[in-house]
Design a protein around this ligand. Structure first.
Ligand code: MTE
Length: 320
């Protein structure tokens, strides 16, 4: 267990998104030692992929119309400027700071209980995957939400590619942890690297998606380039960004937030408006962009796809 000197997660969302912190992000970046190079561009970084992205030609991918929204898509400018990516700071204005991340070469390690452990380049991997676009809702545990078009591929395609052994029951994912480009890693009281886990049944559920793009372009750095998870029936912290490793295990992995505060951020973290966070209600959510308050739905509205996964798990703390 890490020694916790400060508890930013112990704040309600209103405090976590403090206007002055957001407005003063340039000052904060300076304090964190982010050089003038990153700030020189000014404004919010564009979504455009770097000219050096070898798989930029894969976008836009064809939209899969099976997944539909009950609300308008969130405007790009909101989804790409209001982010959680603690590796770049414990506040929402990390878009500029995250531009320091180096995306190539980007290697992905697949190991643990698989037929053959391997390290594969991201561009090699993605060219072997069936790319499509899906519009999904996203519900953060802090009670804000968005609805965005991800591009990517079904997690099941990655599992099939990895060929896990029969003994594998879970998959642990890990985010890149690069001290040179990620100032948040200086917050040594966090248990870096950021990790998350799913059961194999969850990872092979049709909804589990490895997203490599957003709004028809390669994934912006602030949203988790080059590849992040999208599991829309779970609170947003499960959707780990900038993945460098998939480890197949027999035992249940402990994820980043669970290690910090297991009573508030558990392994399952399925959305449920009737189960409050210990410090705030989960009954409604604030929609990014409009700031409308709307009711939160069980499994974030995806029960028809996922409720069966949990039908024999009454004893588990499924909604925390
Ligand atoms: N992944 C990493 N590596 N680090 C993070 O801080 N934050 C999580 C999740 N994935 C996070 C992460 C949380 S709390 C949320 S709500 C979503 O990313 C936010 O994704 P977005 O910035 O694309 O909206």
């Amino acid at each position: 267990m890490p020694v916790i000197r400060r508890k930013p997660w112990a704040l309600p969302e209103s405090a976590a998104t403090d206007e002055s912190v957001y407005r003063n992000r340039r000052t904060l970046l300076k304090a964190l030692g982010i050089g003038p190079l990153i700030m020189a561009g000014g404004g919010v970084p564009a979504l455009a992929a770097a000219a050096t992205d070898p798989t930029a030609d894969l976008y836009p991918a064809t939209r899969n119309l099976r997944y539909r929204l009950d609300r308008p898509e969130t405007e790009k400018k909101h989804a790409t400027t209001y982010n959680n990516f603690y590796e770049f700071g414990s506040h929402k204005g990390i878009a500029e700071a995250s531009q320091a991340m180096k995306l190539r070469p980007w290697e992905v390690r697949i190991d643990g209980l698989v037929e053959k452990e391997m390290t594969i380049g991201f561009d090699d991997l993605i060219r072997q995957m069936p790319l499509e676009e899906r519009v999904y809702r996203h519900r953060c545990v802090e009670a804000w939400s968005m609805a965005v078009p991800w591009s990517g591929f079904a997690f099941k395609a990655l599992v099939d590619f990895a060929r896990p052994l029969g003994s594998a029951k879970y998959v642990l994912m890990e985010t890149q942890a690069d001290k040179e480009t990620m100032p948040g890693l200086n917050q040594t009281w966090y248990p870096w690297p950021y990790t998350e886990g799913l059961t194999l049944a969850e990872a092979t559920n049709e909804l589990a998606f490895l997203a490599t793009g957003l709004y028809g372009k390669p994934m912006p750095k602030q949203n988790g380039a080059p590849m992040r998870l999208a599991v829309p029936w779970k609170y947003g912290f499960k959707s780990i960004k900038s993945i460098v490793r998939f480890r197949f295990t027999e035992g249940r992995p402990i994820s980043f937030w669970e290690r910090i505060q297991a009573q508030e951020y558990g392994f399952w973290a399925n959305v449920n408006p009737k189960v409050d966070h210990p410090r705030w209600s989960q009954a409604t959510e604030r929609v990014l962009g409009t700031n409308d308050r709307v009711p939160t739905l069980l499994y974030n509205g995806y029960g028809e796809f996922v409720a069966d996964l949990y039908k024999d798990m009454k004893e588990e703390n499924l909604f925390m």
